[in-house]
Design a protein around this ligand. Structure first.
Ligand code: BG6
Ligand code: MG
Length: 217
């Protein structure tokens, strides 16, 4: 049997951190008088910290010096990290642990493919680090999603061909990255937002083991 690689995004897939990114960005946007809605926030999902700030500034048509940008990037991350101080396994999204455990029981390879530079401490705090055979995060890539680099590196580390990799993603950019990388994309979230995904589920509680077994085959 050909080996498969199951690659998970982190924020909004494994843990419910997408809301904390939103809160922290909204503070910056409020400070600058920029209207920043949940809809705008979809554009930021899966996108690097630096690019996220640029998108917010573009939304508000704000021109800023590099010095100001650096200050806001630090402020955003400090604020974001303040939400993670007491983080524990209770922040793991519903249905994720049973799927991770099932994949392990089936001796499947599991990787993380995240844009975040805060990925490792989050995996540690939630006790999920040991599930992963490879971790690729924002510290390892030069090209952000929708570039497939993060997923291609993950598949390569696991010695699995891209076409045998399955990517779980909650962001439009991440689904596009998986598709561009010729991987099987599984969207976690709303059908209207993630319509480019090959399969879409509202959350992991909707994914049953027979679906995973079919992917393994
Ligand atoms: C992605 C999130 O996983 O990581 C984005 O979806 C975030 O919202 C990006 O901007 C970078 O994260 P961090 O933790 O390095 O600021
Ligand atoms: Mg995400």
């Amino acid at each position: 049997m050909t080996s498969k690689a199951f690659i998970f995004d982190l924020d909004g897939v494994i843990v419910d951190t997408a809301k904390y990114h939103y809160f922290a960005w909204r503070k910056i946007a409020d400070q600058l008088g920029i209207d920043f809605t949940h809809e705008h926030n979809e554009l930021l999902k899966g996108v690097s910290r630096v690019r996220s700030l640029d998108i917010i500034l573009e939304l508000g048509k704000v021109d800023a010096s590099q010095e100001d940008k650096n200050k806001w990037l630090i402020q955003k991350n400090e604020d974001y990290l303040s939400y993670l101080v007491d983080m524990d396994a209770s922040e793991i999204l519903p249905g994720v642990l049973p799927i991770l455990k099932f994949l392990k029981e089936q001796n499947q390879l599991i990787a993380l493919g995240s844009a975040s530079k805060n990925a490792r401490p989050i995996l540690e705090k939630t006790g999920t680090l040991t599930f992963f055979d490879a971790i690729v995060d924002g510290n390892d890539v030069t090209n952000a999603k929708p570039d497939p680099e993060v997923f291609l590196i993950a598949a390569q580390l696991l010695n699995v061909k891209p076409e045998n990799a399955i990517v779980f993603e909650d962001s439009v950019a991440g689904i596009q990255a998986a598709n561009i990388g010729r991987m099987t994309s599984v969207g976690i979230g709303s059908k209207s937002t993630l319509h480019e995904a090959k399969y879409i589920f509202q959350d992991f509680t909707q994914i049953n083991t027979s679906f995973i077994e079919d992917l393994i085959r």
